[in-house]
Design a protein around this ligand. Structure first.
Ligand code: ADP
Ligand code: ZN
Length: 609
């Protein structure tokens, strides 16, 4: 008799459950209903996939997105799990074949769209079968209060009545209290329990940088993630097209994605990203729903999101595999004015709500001291208790000892004073760097004694120093244009020349997951093996060739994490291969030989035999 643990190891190749997975699985196995709220990457799928392999009958999974269904089924089949889907993308022959397989009891997991569920065809198909579990993925779609209401989801309630003995498991990554209540009511969840996991995604590094030169900042950022997947979110279609053309011209494998593209172009670009043919997706918020890619290593926001909820959802697409991932937000106050302009065109409640959301977003971006996780999680009603997360710009920077910043601070402050205390950080920085921009010339600031005295820092560093001075209470930021105004304390520092200590701009810049593995395990996320990058790249190529032959995304064959472990532990026997993270029995049989012989050859060539 298989147990949840044995299935976890033998089928999925994992050693331990993530938080709440075990509890949810046991609850479902006891045929009790549950609502489970786990963040993206929390591992919702295993919560019904493991019971499905223990129950004698069928598990039905309702999923709103055809792309997601296909992806899940491909991953399950690669691990040897008999799973199928029924939806409109199948040819009549394929549909018929899948129906037959279900009827003959050859299938453990059947994925369907909600509208398929209530057809007469399915009704007759299921009438002779025993259904043990009904899983509702993206369950928030059932609520009109949610952000993704799908009227078809309402039909599920009627369907459920026909299978009173099946446990019902509703899953979602986002649900306010109101939406939760709605889900439970609409699904008539009986004797139900709610499982709510922490929304803290430990493996995400969260960073906000002043936006000075988007393009240069992006190039610098991308240079730290060679060959790794990421998403860049921009405000508008035009912005996306422009940035993706720019990055392509600099030799980056990028694709654009936004609602203005033809369906076919969107589909192709998404496919290229998922299959690792394109490294980076430059996209509007239209991109992301239905993307299951587990190895997204970074998400960059080049423009301000409209709310913390959007921001959280978008960064959540990084690092689903539990490995470190980096989230960078480029912030400038100018973006706030832009969004406000849109909000001004709304009316009544809607306008007020939007304005409140924006305000919270701005507070998060402008916060100069506390851990980024605090406001982010507070927004979801969760208190973050740790003093230092170690995985955000403030905590990682805060771990650094304050240093003497007297000289740059005096330069900056006196430049603020000399420009009359009427400008924002950006202009003051331009003056310090000796710019001859239109604005500088217009005000005659090229004649100031502080013009061009700031060569020791670049634009970004001066902008960061200005934030530090705000934090230290030497400057305040006022009005819509964020004008910097010196406080009495600043006057004192300038007059008395008192030494000043603070954080030096341009501190700790974590590099990518890959390069960090070589310098020891990072904080947060699951522990990473130390591995050889050359062998890792070879294994990736092998993975890619298997993926192409089977016409599935590479992560369906093996995750990055699995390849890293292979390149680190150098397994030399089938038994050792089975111990690699993410390698279950079926995958070991299918691919073990090929990967083992590659590792063997590499060891011989490199004197590691
Ligand atoms: P969600 O649907 O909550 O976003 P998924 O179910 O897609 O998350 O899981 C995200 C990734 O984490 C997948 O690649 C999955 O295989 C992996 N995963 C899930 N549970 C575990 C576990 N217990 N140990 C290791 N990896 C896991
Ligand atoms: Zn922190």
């Amino acid at each position: 008799m298989p147990t949840p643990e044995s299935i976890l190891k033998e089928t999925f190749g994992y050693d331990s459950f993530r938080p709440l997975q075990r509890e949810i699985i046991e609850h479902v196995l006891a045929r009790r209903d549950a609502l489970a709220i786990l963040p993206t990457g929390g591992g919702k799928s295993l919560c019904y996939q493991v019971p499905a392999l223990i129950f004698p009958g069928l598990t039905i999974v309702v999923s709103p997105l055809i792309a997601l269904m296909k992806d899940q089924v491909e991953q399950l089949r690669a691990a040897g799990v008999p799973a199928l889907f029924l939806n409109s993308t199948l040819s009549p022959e394929e549909y018929g074949a899948n129906m037959r397989a279900v009827r003959q009891g050859e299938v453990k997991l059947l994925y369907m769209a909600p509208e398929t569920l209530v057809t007469a065809r399915i009704e007759s198909l299921l009438s002779g079968l025993s259904v043990d579990c009904l899983t509702i993925d993206e369950a928030h779609c059932i609520s009109e209060w949610g952000h993704d209401f799908r009227p078809e989801y309402r039909e599920i309630a009627a369907f459920r009545e026909r299978f009173p003995n099946a446990a019902c498991l509703a899953l979602t990554a986002t649900a306010t209290v109101r939406v939760r209540e709605d889900i439970k009511r609409a699904l008539k969840l009986a004797a139900q329990r709610e499982f709510i996991a922490s929304f803290d995604r430990e493996n995400l590094f969260i960073e906000v940088q002043p936006k000075t030169e988007t393009k240069a900042q992006l190039l610098e950022f991308l240079s730290r993630f060679p060959g790794e997947s990421g998403i860049i979110y921009g405000f508008s279609r035009k912005r996306v097209d422009e940035l993706s053309a720019f990055l392509a011209s600099r030799g980056h494998a990028v694709r654009p994605y936004h609602a203005g593209l033809e369906d076919e172009a969107r589909r192709k670009n998404q496919e290229a990203f998922i299959r690792d043919d394109a490294q980076v997706m430059v996209a509007t918020i239209a991109f992301g729903m239905g993307i299951n890619k587990p190895d997204v290593r970074f998400v960059v926001h080049v423009d301000l999101p409209k709310s913390l909820e959007n921001y959280y959802q978008e960064i959540g697409r990084a690092g689903r595999d539990g490995l470190p991932a980096h989230c960078l937000l480029l912030y400038t106050y100018g973006d706030v004015a832009k969004i406000r302009h849109f909000i001004d065109q709304k009316t009544g409640d809607e306008k007020q709500v939007a304005a409140k959301h924006l305000e919270a977003m701005v507070r998060f971006a402008e916060d100069t001291a506390s851990c980024r996780r605090k406001p982010l999680l507070a927004y979801f009603g969760e208190a973050y208790e740790k003093a230092d997360c170690g995985r955000c710009d403030h905590c990682a920077g805060g771990a650094q000892e304050p240093v003497d910043i007297t000289v740059p601070a005096q330069k900056f402050l006196s430049c603020v004073v000399r420009t009359g205390g009427r400008f924002g950080a950006f202009h003051v920085t331009e003056v310090l760097l000796g710019s001859r921009s239109e604005k500088v010339l217009k005000w005659g600031h090229e004649k100031l004694s502080t013009w061009g005295i700031g060569a020791e820092y670049d634009k970004k560093q001066w902008m960061e120093l200005s934030q530090e001075l705000v934090r230290l209470g030497l400057l305040t930021q006022e009005g819509e244009y964020r004008i910097l105004v010196p406080t009495p304390k600043a006057q004192e520092v300038l007059r008395e020349r008192t030494p000043l200590f603070g954080r030096l701009p341009g501190a700790a810049r974590p590099a990518s997951a890959r390069s960090r593995t070589r310098s020891g395990a990072p904080k947060g996320g699951e522990p990473l093996p130390d591995f050889d990058p050359g062998l890792f790249d070879l294994l990736r190529k092998k993975r890619k060739s298997f993926a192409e032959a089977a016409s599935v995304p590479p992560y369906v064959i093996f995750s990055d994490r699995s390849l890293m472990e292979m390149a680190g532990r150098l397994p030399r026997s089938p038994e050792a291969f089975l111990r690699v993270h993410g390698v279950g029995q079926v995958k070991a049989e299918k691919y073990g030989q090929a990967f083992l012989s590659m590792i063997h050859a590499w060891c011989q060539e490199n004197g590691r035999a």
